[in-house]
Design a protein around this ligand. Structure first.
Ligand SMILES: [Zn+2]
Length: 231
């Protein structure tokens, strides 16, 4: 390989390294992107908390209802048990029984309403749990696939970097420095000459120039400054 050809080969390796590095960055980004799962998780948690709160309210209502029923039972026992004879007291007991009946009715209505809410939320919780399970499964599969892909790209990159350093070690250091300097401002530092034209800027290269390049000398395009590589 002539010197310009070596630099051209180096450039191909550098392009491959850049491409692989971009792929790696993308894979790493996708591996870390847990937004969908995190959203589903927080929704699941908040729905569970809501459920707990509703169940707590249901328990309280049930206890209150139990108390009211017990009170009503005691009042009715006094009212109809024959132990109370005092008419005024009987009237009061009757009033209390009516009041308790009203309270029990309202409490029962609230409890029924709450049970409807619980049922609705239960259905939602089930759907959210299922959705979360699917997402988690997808996430696990994706982590595995992407993790594998990451390993493959990393191995490829390692190989490319090794090849590059082997090749760079063989290239004249002045030419290598020039290559690196041009690469700081241009994506490609080496341009092929085809049908007499620089493939970097498409300007015609003087015959003497590309012949010099063909002979293995470092020649830069007069227009774009790239190192010319003539076959
Ligand atoms: Zn050029």
């Amino acid at each position: 390989m002539s010197l310009p050809e070596q630099l051209h080969r180096l450039q191909q390796i550098d392009c491959d390294i850049r491409k692989r590095q971009q792929e790696l960055d993308e894979v790493v980004g996708r591996l870390a992107d847990d937004r969908a799962l995190a959203t589903a998780e927080s929704e699941l948690q908040s729905t569970r908390a809501q459920m707990e709160e509703l169940r707590g309210r249901q328990k309280t209502l049930e206890w209150e209802l139990q108390d009211l029923n017990e009170k009503a039972r005691q009042t009715n026992a006094k009212l109809f048990g024959g132990t109370t004879r005092n008419p005024k007291e009987l009237v009061n007991l009757e009033k209390e029984a009516v009041m308790l009946k009203g309270q029990i009715g309202r409490k029962e209505d609230s409890l029924l309403g709450l049970m409807d809410e619980v049922e609705e939320l239960e259905a939602r919780l089930e759907a959210i749990t299922e959705e979360h399970r699917c997402l988690k499964e997808e996430w696990d599969v994706r982590q595995q696939t992407l993790g594998q892909k990451k390993g493959e790209i990393e191995a490829e990159l390692e190989g490319l970097v090794q090849t590059r350093s082997g090749l760079a070690g063989q290239i004249d250091s002045q030419a290598l420095t020039l290559y690196e300097r041009i690469r700081m401002t241009r994506e490609l530092a080496v341009a092929k000459v085809e049908r007499g034209r620089c493939q970097g800027c498409h300007i015609t290269v003087p015959t003497s120039q590309w012949q010099k390049s063909k002979a293995g000398n470092i020649v830069q395009c007069g227009s774009c400054n790239r190192i010319l590589c003539s076959e």
